[in-house]
Design a protein. Sequence first.
Length: 194
Amino acid sequence: MSYCRAYPEELGLDVYVLRLGHRPGRDKRITTHVVLVARAFGARGIYIANVVDESIKKSIEKVVQRWGGKYFTLVMGVDPMKIVKEFKKDGGCVVHLTMYGLPVDDVINSIRERCRKILVIVGAEKVERIYYELADYNISIGNQPHSEVSALALFLDRLWNGVELKMCFKDAKYYIVPSVRGKVVKMVDRGSSA
Ligand code: SAM
């Protein structure tokens, strides 16, 4: 598919996201956006700590069905500490996004060089102290409070140097032809080499 300039599997690093503190009802929209950013910006999957919220699953399934990314895993109701410990045991780096951490631009090169796979932790409200301690990197995306959605998007963009914005999915049914005005959506023709 020549309209694609990158595929998730070509990004070269396996990234997973761990979403802490989701409150069903209240955080439904924002957690859905965290999941959408994770998929669209090149993560392999996301874990939602402690709770199961079927509405999030439905939203992401709809997107994957049209735009691809069946490999993307959404696992809900996980024990977050177990995920962090397993990840570290397996040689992965744990990155916690927090306004109190080190500036992303100061550490991103070392992360790229050092880490074979990454677990990115984002919170909702207050994140427990233990995560600051277990994280290999506590990273800020600026030192102002904003949002887990923007923090995750900017971290992944810095990690991939913007390549993820040209990414598409091999199993997509549709793709977009960028246009000055209007919406141009085409169906993927798997019978041709285009
Ligand atoms: N005061 C909170 C804190 O401890 O970072 C802000 C909570 S904020 C509503 C929810 C999540 O967004 C945080 O847990 C963090 O993952 C992310 N976040 C917000 N601002 C950030 C920043 N400037 N840098 C990195 N992550 C940020």
